[in-house]
Design a protein around this ligand. Structure first.
Ligand code: FE2
Ligand code: FE2
Length: 472
């Protein structure tokens, strides 16, 4: 038996017997999954200083305490309802939002919820070995904070499946625990979530770029006409902000340290000889995770995206900032690849909704890279990090049939094969990163040589606070 109090929630769980029974059935499988596929080596006696969502009150929604990870209180929270909320875009604009799933959109909505839900446990699986080579207790704690919240995001999607999608929803909830990141027979749905995350540079780039795709998707789902979906995703965005903070500041701290080591090595010196991460390597990992995360936004031209918009299932990021919410006439200018040649064409904006969301995403990433470059500037270096062209290294969409370099110049297959490791991590780069991350740093206040300490600790605690208690 699980008691509703063990599951912090604002959905009246204790008075909803049907939902409580469904979750009672699902929860033990979730815990088993967490133990098998969650952080390896940290399921037992380690105590982690994490926040737990206990309400949706903006002034104090989280409670900080030490917990053992499997005992984390994964909860279910919906942002407060908006009085008389109306559909904000598409063909049903102005109608009241839906509190139940309309039969005609049931399959589409289920697919959206399942696809979002699948990414949450996938990232926990991808990151499960990182604790063994963490650069500090502060970073270890941040990793686990992200992990438990991705677990909570799975709960959020499972809540929707159990509450609004009947038997099919219950089956989908089971399958979310059965697929596994990188598993050959039962992989996760989206490619970027099957890539291994074996080192901390991958992790910080993932939380910078792939969690930001999460933000794109959550922003567009939070516009949804299905009100419970909108309210669920709106609260998830609150947590997502911290995940991107972990990624952006993680890279910023590596970059800070790289600048120090560049000065130490002399301007033409080798940062790797001093155990740091050189700018070329940072750039390669940006290229990799940015391009993988662009793919997550789907095809440039998409009838699915058009119908999600028309039916009011998925809006644009910050839909209210647009003037035209029906988008029946508007066109979108896209660089199209036709018979191997690029040309600019106008297509109906509804069919370009993935690209519209990708535009928002690229802008948000660019702002982050600009903040990183301030660090190089402050240290007096003229080098800059940049985002590759959005046609670079694509696996999905029309640009995936041809190769491009990071400046967007087309390449032959042979040239791509010959040069790709100038732009993407090579096996030697990965070996090097593992070599400097071979030993975990578990001493409070100590940091691995390749990363600077953060400017401040978590929730007013000092940087040298014991964020994870590692002794028995
Ligand atoms: Fe998430
Ligand atoms: Fe996240």
């Amino acid at each position: 038996m699980i008691s509703a109090e063990r599951i912090p929630n604002n959905v009246g769980l204790s008075s909803n017997k049907r939902l409580q029974r469904a979750l009672e059935h699902w929860q033990p499988k979730y815990i088993q999954w967490w133990k098998d596929m969650g952080p390896q080596g940290f399921q037992d006696y380690h105590q982690v200083y994490v926040r737990t969502a206990v309400s949706v009150d903006p002034s104090g929604w989280a409670h900080f305490e030490y917990v053992k990870l499997p005992e984390y209180r994964w909860g279910i929270f919906l942002a407060d309802p908006v009085h008389d909320r109306r559909i904000g875009f598409g063909d049903f604009m102005g109608n009241p939002v839906w509190q139940e799933v309309p039969g005609e959109f049931r399959n589409q909505l289920r697919r959206l919820v399942v696809t979002q839900g699948d990414t949450e446990p996938a990232s926990v699986e991808q990151q499960r070995w990182l604790g063994q080579r963490c650069p500090s207790l502060y970073d270890l704690r941040n990793l686990f904070q992200v992990n438990v919240e991705e677990g909570r995001h799975l709960w959020a999607m499972v809540y929707l499946l159990h509450s609004y999608f009947g038997r099919d929803g219950r089956d989908e909830a089971e399958e979310l625990l059965e697929r596994q990141s990188g598993n050959r027979d039962k992989p996760r749905i989206l490619d970027a979530f099957n890539e291994p995350i074996e080192n901390w540079l991958d992790f910080f780039m993932f939380t910078m770029f792939t969690d930001r795709d999460g933000k794109s998707q959550l922003l567009s789902l939070s516009e949804s006409s299905l009100d419970p979906l909108s309210r669920t995703t709106r609260f998830m965005l609150t947590e997502e902000a911290h995940h991107m903070f972990v990624g952006e500041t993680g890279i910023a701290r590596i970059l800070e340290r790289t600048c120090q080591l560049m000065k130490q090595a002399g301007f033409s010196g080798d940062v790797r000889a001093l155990g740091g991460i050189d700018l070329d390597t940072l750039q390669k990992f940006i290229n990799l995770w940015f391009s993988l995360s662009l793919d997550l936004h789907g095809n440039e031209v998409s009838t699915n995206a058009a119908s999600y918009f028309a039916n009011g299932l998925k809006g644009r990021a910050y839909e209210d900032k647009w003037d035209d919410h029906r988008v029946t006439e508007a066109m979108y200018e896209l660089e199209m690849l036709a018979e191997g040649k690029l040309e600019r064409r106008h297509i109906p904006m509804r069919t370009a909704m993935n690209e519209v969301l990708r535009d928002w995403y690229v802008g948000d990433c660019l702002a982050g890279v600009t903040r990183w470059n301030k660090i190089l500037e402050r240290h007096g270096f003229s080098d800059r990090l940049r985002l590759p062209d959005r046609k670079f290294n694509r696996g999905i969409g029309m640009y995936s049939s041809v190769h491009f370099d990071p400046h967007g110049h087309q390449l032959s297959d042979a040239e791509w094969t010959r040069r790709k490791h100038e732009w993407l991590p090579a096996p030697e780069d990965r070996e090097y990163l593992l070599s400097i991350q071979a030993e975990p740093v578990y001493e409070p206040g100590k940091f691995a040589n390749y990363i600077a300490p953060p400017q401040r600790g978590v929730k007013g605690q000092p940087v040298n606070f014991e964020y994870v208690r590692t002794e028995l």
